[in-house]
Design a binder for this molecule. Sequence first.
Ligand code: NAI
Length: 384
Amino acid sequence: MRIGVPKETSAGERRVALVPESGKKLIQAGYTIAMEAGAGDAAGFSDSAYREAGVTIWDDPAALLSSADLVLKVNAPSAGDGQGSETDWMREGAIYIGSLMPLRNLEAVRALAARRITAFSTDAIPRTTRAQSMDTLSSMASISGYKGALLAAAELNKYFPMLMTAAGTVPPAKVFVIGAGVAGLQAIATARRLGANVFATDVRPEVKEQIESVGGKYVGIELAGGVSAGGGYAKELTEADQLRQRELLAAQCAQSDTVITTALIGGVFAPRLITADMVKSMKPGSVIVDLAADGGGNCELSRPGERVSVGGVTILAPLNLPATMPLHASLLFSRNLTAFIQAFTKDNAFMVDLTDDIQLGSVITHEGAVKHQRTRDALQKVAT
Ligand code: NAI
């Protein structure tokens, strides 16, 4: 079975879906692999490193994709004009595996279904112990949390740590992290390593211990309504709970030097949690890093991809932070994909088996149909 890996084409993307180490493993498992020339350059993996691993290098992405049985990508394939996009080049019945983010890429989903491609989205893989090694969302969220804390520290007008100097002692900065999932916990741990005094909140009660285990202090409210949507995902709060949470957030923001937000509903959409008034209550020189910018942002004043300054408070809403650390992002992403492929390889080929819970959870399109319920609902919504 032939695996094809094209160069990513999204603006600012520097990751690659397969690194040489994984290439070697998949070749040993019986696959042949073709990659587009220069696909790994921006992530620090040269064509010669791939060649040494046994991968062949192709110049023409159209020829590469049309000959592949299994296409590996970081992002959704391009779709649109009927002749020059990745979904047009992929052959009917091929398999795509990557971080499709179907709810944010409905156009690509439509094109994949029309081309009868079996598409697996690694961000829809169920959150089970067996699937942990395949979970690209976690690998990438951890990078965002780390990088988000570093951006905040670099932007803040003061030190993160307490410092005792000959000129006297300076107190540590106070960092407040909203949302303590994978990204939030890594942001807490990183800010702690830099010496800040870190407070954090989440709506899922089970995270209190996790926050404390990485050195943060939990702040939270007792919620009257249920919040867990299962699988580690949060639901939207009831209106009454939103009001009570807003009081907590207002008090914390006013006292914090840095706020890092990571809250997502269902792993996709960002609830608006920080109001313009909360921003105005912060000290000039403070920093907000909105890590939910890819999902629209947790702060009312965030502009995804831009830097905003309001009353001396800087709001950063960086997009696709994993692409800013492309070497480790690619390495981890590639290991996740490789674990997925290896789990379903039989007689040197990837077996589609939709009775398996991991495949069933992550399949988005198959045999011309959209199989993923939330994606089907979203497509119907835009059609009406
Ligand atoms: P996520 O990216 O969906 O959301 C980020 C965080 O925001 C979550 O902790 C969520 O509870 C929180 N949040 C949502 N609304 C909020 C609000 N109004 N205020 C404050 N916080 C709010 O979640 P993520 O990071 O992908 O994972 C969440 C959990 O799932 C983690 O505990 C993780 O360990 C678990 N997980 C398990 C996996 C597995 O077993 N294979 C794989 C991935 C995650």
